[in-house]
Design a binder for this molecule. Structure first.
Ligand SMILES: C[S@@+](CC[C@H](N)C(=O)[O-])C[C@H]1O[C@@H](n2cnc3c(N)ncnc32)[C@H](O)[C@@H]1O
Length: 289
């Protein structure tokens, strides 16, 4: 974590904020225990009002309301964990032996093309090991990558330091309760996250709140719902997503977007040498009114 980025993307204390009164406190650097290539690798951030502390682990600030419970869970996991390894190959590997399968490069190129712009602040929710975050950073003054999986974020930070990318802040946080000030971002992506959260409409609502007027939203999802992650009454269809964004269905969400592009793109995860998962994501690019 580069300290200068805390001035550009202020992080809010999730413990004491009061959205009803629009009151929040901005976290400040507290202890610095280890620095590498100007990145704070170990230390913590502290809320000046309630005194809550949030650790920086492997260069990643971890800003969660239930930080102790989350950290206990992380401590039990292998590092890197198997999911991180799979996504690391998907983001940066070649899948050369998948000759008859759709080319993942086409998927990544489509996303890069669809997110093209010139942004002050951009956001990648559920960024995993960060490929799309790095691509957004090329078009942005500052980019924030958020995920709940620390081992993925740690790999992203290692890559960031290796490639000397100085405009990305990677944090561990909940996309359903982001520790951020509303209306800060010109672009917000959530790639293959909608069907990985408990409340997909809440995720869209958070993205809507974080975007400035005229801000751009990029959603990609294969709608691969799993009851153990998302209760079936929360599952959405492509029509639900488009209708909600336009405000023509689910008006209670209060969204008002113009759909700028909509396409389907395939991508493949290598679970192991003999097992692959192929998904077809519905990609939607929309502009906030
Ligand atoms: C299917 S992966 C997609 C990763 C990447 N966006 C991509 O398309 O390759 C979903 C990611 O979202 C993260 N995730 C799940 N729930 C989350 C939440 N509530 N807040 C932030 N990240 C979350 C997971 O840890 C995982 O890295």
């Amino acid at each position: 974590m580069l300290i200068k980025l805390l001035e550009k993307i202020q992080l809010v204390c999730p413990q004491c904020r009061d959205p009803a009164k629009d009151m929040y406190s901005i976290l400040a650097m507290n202890d610095i225990d280890e620095i590498s290539s100007e990145h704070v690798m170990t230390g913590d951030l502290k809320c000046p009002d309630c005194g809550s502390k949030y650790p920086i682990i492997g260069g990643v600030p971890c800003i969660l309301k239930d930080i102790d419970i989350w950290q206990a869970k992380v401590n039990e996991e292998p590092d890197p964990d198997p999911v991180t390894k799979i996504f690391n190959e998907f983001h940066y590997g070649k899948l050369e032996d998948l000759q008859d399968w759709p080319d993942d490069q086409r998927y990544w190129s489509a996303l890069k093309e669809l997110s093209k712009g010139n942004y002050l602040n951009s956001l990648d929710l559920g960024c995993s090991v960060g490929r799309h975050t790095f691509e957004l950073a090329e078009m942005s003054d500052t980019t924030l990558g958020i995920d709940l999986r620390l081992s993925s974020l740690k790999l992203a930070v290692i890559r960031q330091i290796e490639h000397d990318v100085t405009n990305i802040l990677f944090i561990a946080a909940d996309a359903l309760d982001p520790p951020l000030i509303a209306g800060m971002f010109d672009h917000a992506s959530a790639l293959n996250l909608l069907d990985n959260v408990r409340y997909p409409l809440t995720l869209m609502g958070q993205m809507n709140a974080l975007l400035k007027p005229d801000g751009q939203m990029l959603l990609a999802t294969p709608y691969a719902w799993q009851e153990n992650i998302t209760p079936s009454e929360e599952w959405l269809t492509p029509d639900d997503v488009i209708g909600a964004l336009r405000g023509s269905t689910l008006p209670q969400c209060g969204f008002s977007y113009n759909i700028l592009a909509e396409e389907d793109q395939g991508w493949t995860l290598r679970n192991n040498e003999r097992q692959y998962s192929h998904y077809i994501s519905h990609i939607v690019k929309a502009k906030k009114n």
